[in-house]
Ligand binder design. Structure first.
Ligand SMILES: O=C(O)CCC(=O)C(=O)O
Ligand SMILES: [Fe+2]
Length: 970
């Protein structure tokens, strides 16, 4: 028995009983009067009624002494109690009006305010009022539950002859928003006493809260019943890597079935009461249909969730708690795909017990509930805390967007979006790799104007347009490419000679990693595709049978590349009809995603029908006709998608959307295309032609990276000291005493090999930190060095002072013809333009004397089968995983040399922000992106042709590298 349940009949609020007895009695009589005024009935004998109420309460108290109450949870079936109980709480006590003349304080003669009510007086008044208002005949007792702390009495327990009777009163309280004012002062008349009452007392108009109670104990063994909050459900779906048997096992024991597709067909225009809004009644109605599946006879739990309202339809889903696995399975089998109709249970319209006008009106109409095709699936209860614990144990992140949504989303398989065509495997995995390398790699032409839009927040994800710019601010396509902000790369174009053999062309492009050219091929493949389009929508289809039309989109002249990192999406929209023609085509690369389609509302009342479509990687999606013009499409921002019961964690998705930009008369704009790679456009292309200006690509993705990683580079790779045998051999064969220029020497890996061969070295590199590693290394204990870095005793005099200088290989600060030979190892693949590559070769040719040899090595596009390195394109970012402990030193050097203006930043922050690196929190690594150009077979040789001062002496391939040995001729 709770504190509230302790009823003390004798106790009144006034601690000084005697002094206030007169006032009390007068208030009791006032209460009686109020009730009478409301009921217009003759005045009953106050004394008798008071006594009877007291007797009743004594009986109740005896009976209830050992009983405890709890509220009936919304999902529970009606309790099987012999009586029905209600808890009413709220502002029940009237307040004494303040005397205006007395600065708002009650005057001395009004100090009885605190003692206005007696417990008995209130019980009596309520008894009378409730008897008149609703379910009167069934009312058994009223007991005011005393709150020990202070007035007012705010909690009252009512008991009725049955739980259903009590429930109806609860509904009535909720529907009518019954207040103390309604209960105790319903029909004021001109009676003097009443006038006195209302002039002195205020009755609260705030609705009282009524709760259905039960004496049934909590079912402590059954978790769900134990909660006052509805449990959180998750659909029973196998997570990646989770054995299916485990899931099946869970399905065997689960009692929860997820049921969606409930529709409220109540016609609101008919003035039907919104009884669907009343989840209790909805539950009862649904239960009346499902009870046949409850063979246990224990009742069915129902949790109604996610009401989705439009003005004339409300759809719901609910979780059905069956009391045995067998029942759950039978329900699944019995209702899957069915359409159900319910009538409002007649019981609710029993007029004998309700007297208000509204209730009489209500019973005249019989609203029905109808369902869509039901969709059932298993669900299990998850506590959020458990979900967190599981996530922690499995190392999964509880990331934004993942757990905040119920995973129980319908796949709406039965909804057809007319004009939507999905072609899976439109491109091959190899093509996908090459396209990705081109679209997200270092040579991806990200136009400056789009970058600005992203920064302004107009476009959150990374976007690049080709052909024509789509301006997200004006939602239009910029038709004049010469206008500021309208310059963007042209469409990738195919050489006319290859048009007759498209597939051979794409095959070659793929094999050679020519991303730009392949993009042109894929665009052409799309233009030539004949799409079979189902033209009719759902209803029409049923009437007329399936009808398909075929269509091509040969005028595609615009591509938009979107990069969605996990968690990024695109808002619901229809692509501007005046900007693009029919036929929107989206090719998905790398990551799949669920795209949502919603039918646009023609009228306010129309419901937005939703269809979820999973777009797998390498698929092509066509939106045409209604799918393009009448349905909106969107990608929800979240970390996972659920497809066929499997949770898919999103990964970066790159999409290529191909469209036909149209002019103001609706005609397709000309296709502006180029076969040249890299594409040149606007001002970007022009400034890139000066070989001596270091492109930002190299500054950010080569120079800055090596400066930052120099320490780790030397500690790991440098110390391993792996030298290319060909290069060592080259050095060995030089005449003793040669002066060798090591252009781009890095940490001086080849120095010992040069010394060992009896030559002198002059090393140059653009990175000071790397050169510092080079000079320190040779002052260290020889024993700690790998073999390749050890210099034999008779050569050690050579290593005393390695000559190094910070220099750009575009302008080596050595006199022409001052060196006997030169090496340039692993340097040329960091040069980002052809002109710079040629310039580097000619610098080498300049500093070496006539007849001298030059050895150049650079990374090859063609990697060996067993190599872990595979390059999908010629221009790629090769990641370097840096440990912050090594970066610390580089950071300090950078600060000391004034290269970092903000020493306050953490290492990870500094490098990820200023070096465009990614921070891998899980591994605690800063992942730098090193720009590399991979040389195709013959490419170095071809470049050498451009330099007059040298001739090719030897060339070849060694361990993933191409090399050339050149002889200086003039
Ligand atoms: O990423 C996609 O597949 C769709 C992009 C899109 O809807 C748009 O750019 O308008
Ligand atoms: Fe779109």
């Amino acid at each position: 028995m709770t504190k509230d349940d302790k009823v003390n009949n004798d106790k009144i609020r006034n601690p000084d009983t005697n002094a206030k007895s007169f006032a009390m009695i007068s208030h009791v009589s006032s209460l009686t009067f109020i009730s009478r005024a409301h009921s217009h009935s003759s005045q009953p004998n106050t004394m008798i009624r008071e006594r009877s109420t007291m007797e009743g309460q004594e009986r109740d108290q005896d009976k209830e002494a050992s009983v405890s109450f709890r509220s009936v949870l919304p999902h529970e079936p009606l309790p099987a109690d012999s009586s029905g109980y209600i808890h009413v709480q709220g502002a029940l006590e009237p307040k004494l009006k303040k005397d205006k003349g007395d600065e708002g304080k009650p005057s001395a003669n009004q100090d009885q305010a605190d003692y206005y009510w007696t417990k008995q007086g209130l019980e009596e008044a309520l008894h009378e009022a409730l008897t008149k208002i609703c379910q009167g005949s069934a009312l058994q007792s009223v007991s005011v539950l005393e709150d020990n702390s202070s007035p007012p009495y705010t909690k009252v327990r009512l008991s009725y002859s049955s739980p259903l009777a009590a429930l109806k009163v609860v509904q009535y309280f909720r529907a009518e928003k019954v207040s103390a004012h309604d209960l105790l002062l319903v029909s004021p008349n001109n009676d003097n006493e009443e006038a006195t009452m209302t002039s002195h007392w205020q009755f609260a108009a705030r609705p009282l809260q009524a709760t259905l109670l039960t004496t049934q104990p909590f079912l402590s063994t059954q978790m769900a019943w134990n909660r006052s909050n509805p449990p959180k459900f998750r659909r029973l779906i196998a997570r990646p890597g989770e054995p299916v048997e485990l899931l099946q096992q869970e399905r065997q024991i689960t009692r929860y079935v997820f049921l969606s597709g409930l529709v409220d067909t109540t016609n609101k225009n008919n003035n039907n009461p919104p009884w669907w809004d009343n989840s209790r009644q909805v539950c009862e109605a649904i239960r009346s249909q499902l009870h046949v599946y409850d063979t246990s006879g224990k009742g069915i739990e129902l949790y109604i969730s996610n009401k989705k309202k439009t003005s004339n339809r409300t759809t719901h889903f609910c979780h059905v708690g069956m009391r045995s696995p067998e029942d759950a399975r039978a329900l699944m089998a019995g209702l899957q795909g069915k359409i159900l109709t319910w009538k409002q249970p007649c019981d609710w319209n029993d007029t004998s017990t309700c007297t208000t006008e509204q209730q009489q009106q209500q019973q005249q109409q019989q609203p029905t509930i109808q369902s869509d095709k039901l969709f059932l699936d298993y669900a299990a209860v998850t506590k959020r805390s458990e979900a967190k614990a599981t996530a922690k144990a499995t190392g999964e992140d509880l990331v934004k967007g993942e757990k905040s949504r119920s995973e129980c989303t319908s796949v709406t398989k039965h909804v057809v979006v007319p004009g939507l065509v999905l072609i899976t495997d439109f491109i091959t995995p190899q093509e996908e790799q090459v396209l990705l390398a081109a679209l997200t790699g270092p040579t991806a032409p990200w136009a400056p104007s789009q970058t600005n839009f992203s920064n302004s927040g107009a476009v959150k994800r990374r976007v690049q347009h080709y052909g024509y710019v789509f301006d997200y601010e004006t939602a239009n396509v910029n038709r004049d490419r010469s206008q500021p902000g309208s310059d963007c790369p042209p469409m990738p174009g195919m050489p006319p000679s290859d048009m007759s053999s498209l597939e051979a062309y794409t095959e070659t492009c793929t094999a050679e990693g020519r991303g730009w050219e392949l993009m042109a091929g894929i665009a052409e493949r799309t233009r030539r595709t004949t799409f079979e389009i189902q033209a009719k929508d759902d209803d029409e289809e049923e009437q007329q049978g399936q009808s398909t039309i075929t269509k091509q989109f040969p005028k595609l002249n615009q591509i938009t590349v979107n990069v969605y990192e996990p968690g990024e999406g695109i808002g619901s929209h229809v692509d501007t009809p005046s900007a693009f023609d029919d036929g929107l085509i989206s090719v998905s690369l790398n990551g799949g995603v669920v795209m949502e389609f919603r039918r646009q509302q023609q009228q306010q009342d129309d419901e937005k029908i939703k269809k979820l479509v999973y777009l797998p990687p390498r698929s092509l999606l066509l939106m045409s006709g209604p799918a393009r013009f009448e349905w909106e499409h969107m990608i929800v921002t979240r970390m996972t998608d659920t497809h066929e019961g499997v949770v898919l964690h999103r990964s970066r998705r790159v999409s290529m959307t191909l469209r036909t930009a149209i002019d103001l008369s609706g005609e397709p704009m000309p296709c502006v295309s180029s076969t040249r790679f890299p594409p040149v456009w606007g001002t970007v292309g022009q400034s890139a032609t000066d070989a001596l200006v270091t492109p930002s690509m190299e500054r950010e993705h080569v120079h800055a990276v090596y400066d930052a990683i120099a320490t780790q580079w030397h500690h790991t790779r440098g110390k391993r000291g792996v030298l290319w045998p060909g290069a060592t051999q080259f050095l060995k064969e030089l005449p003793e005493g040669s002066i060798v220029a090591d252009v781009g020497c890095g940490d001086g890996k080849y120095f010992p090999a040069i010394w060992e061969a009896g030559s002198y070295v002059i090393g140059s590199d653009i990175s000071l930190p790397l050169l510092q590693q080079a000079t320190h290394a040779h002052q260290q204990d020889a024993a700690s060095q790998p073999d390749s870095r050890r210099v034999s005793e008779h050569r050690q005099h050579l290593q005393k002072k390695p000559a190094v200088l910070v220099a750009d290989c575009m302008n080596v600060p050595l006199r022409s013809k001052s060196c006997d030979a030169a090496i340039c190892i692993a340097v040329m693949h960091h040069l980002s333009t052809r002109d710079r590559r040629i310039r580097c070769i000619s610098e080498l040719g300049r500093i070496v004397k006539v007849g001298g040899l030059i050895n150049i090595q650079a990374w090859a596009m063609e990697q060996q089968e067993k190599s872990k390195r595979k390059f999908a394109g010629t221009d790629v970012f090769v990641p370097f995983n840096a440990q912050p402990k090594y970066l610390e030193a580089a950071k300090n050097t950078a600060i000391a040399t004034g290269m970092h203006p903000d020493p306050g930043k953490s290492t990870a922050q500094l490098y990820s922000e200023e070096y465009n690196a990614d921070y891998d929190e899980q591994k605690g690594l800063v992942v730098f992106k090193r720009y590399c150009h991979m040389y195709r077979t013959g490419e170095l040789e071809e470049l050498v042709q451009e330099v007059d001062t040298v001739e090719l002496y030897e060339s070849g391939y060694e361990s993933g590298n191409h090399f050339v040995i050149l002889r200086v001729v003039t």
